[in-house]
Design a protein around this ligand. Sequence first.
Ligand code: SF4
Length: 516
Amino acid sequence: MLKAQPLDRRDLLAAERGTLYKEAETRIALVYPSPYRAAMSSLGYQQIYRALHAMPGVAADRAMLPDPGAPRGRFDTLETGQPVGSYPMLAYSVAYELEIAGMADTLERASIPVLAAERTNQHPLVIAGGPLTFSNPAPLGPLCDVIVVGEGEQLIVELVQLAIECSFNRDRLWALLSGRRGYYLPHLHGETVPPVAAADDALLPARSQILTPHTELADMFMTEAARGCSRGCTYCVMRRSTNGGMRIVPREVIIGGIPAHARKVGLVGAAVTDHPDIAAIVRDVVDGGRQVGISSLRADKLTDELVGLLARGGYRTLTVAGDGASERMRRVVERSTRASDLIQSAKYAAAHHLKTLKVYMMLGVPEETDADVDELVLLSKELAAIHPRVAYGLAPFVAKRNTPLDGSPFAGIALVDARLDRLRRGLAAAKLGGKVEVRATSARWAWVEYMLAQGESRAGLAVLDAHRAGGSFAAYRKAFAAHDVTPTGPRARVPSSAELVKLKRARIGLAGVAPG
Ligand code: SF4
């Protein structure tokens, strides 16, 4: 039986398949600011691991934030057991805003000054990349020497080559990188983040290097089916305006790259079901006797054939996204999914005996009212009449950089909670309590995410303070006020005079700044 929280590096390595070992002159510590389960579920992290190992004379050794509650001790890499702080370069992959604290934590564990301004050429270089850099990497700035913005598998190779050439000297490296596309040098660029970079199409698809049972997607081989998206949902950083839309990986390349030993295959991408050959690809996987997973199902692209294949491939939950609570809100955010698509999804899920229909929704979207939540209750009745088990994954809307809704205000913690409450009461009144489950992410932490998504570099200083003060919501609220973190962006709302008074009081420590 598997251990619930494997902490020992030897146990983890023994359970892995595909680990890369190599003697090399230069070793890079590839650090993930969340625990092992999350790290090894990240296709980007695995892709960078493989790209670094493919460089002559270079090896990458992984290190992750220890599991919560793990004893504090030496912070070593998995492959060699060497202290992370002894490497000449730490390369981080940061998925989203709340992982910035994990980055600070791992730097402390490695006994490296967390702030770039406090490091010298005696310390390792600290670089970062990953999904967060597609929206707002500015709060990472105070912690990093270099940030790779956007698709990193090509740039990381160039960056490491240049770092070796200049013996990991920061000043010389900065001089070499200055003016090159895709590198954000926080000390030089300040708050002006360079545009998101794209990798050469020839480098697609990203694929798993290591399979392990110790992840959410136990032993699943992940392979990219497409990169980017051709749609234009106005809240999404992966929309068509980012890196030229959707780049499709041919069916034969996807199937040909699956290793013989892989029993589960995950097709990864922002909009996999928009792939023109998706049904044929899933059929190839399932006919090969493998289980299949897809990272993103679009309700308007489901067919009876595709859902039937997914059921054969081991699906138990059909997960789709509606995002806007009502038909009107889906139009507001330019989401092409309609209520009829969600109803049809419920029919497919029921016809193929899938246990659960899961629907992702957002609350607190600009222009939303109580009436939109009431419409969601009505839709729930229709869905529950078709499928015996419906689950909503509800997340508060958080405006991101590089999207048309950048700068839109956060709806407010109280308002999001009130809408959630209204939905729950509506479902109970309609006697749907047992049939429709609501799983909601915290409005408080969504507000923290919002402050970081919309914040400048000083938001990173606030994260460090909050982390050192215990990392609670109250610690973040206090740290944001102390560092004068306020959302900025093209749509940032001009506060009312009452709100200005409230903000002023907050900054001198008299009240919180949390909205709502
Ligand atoms: S939300 Fe999904 S469908 Fe919409 S732009 Fe983003 S990836 Fe594409």
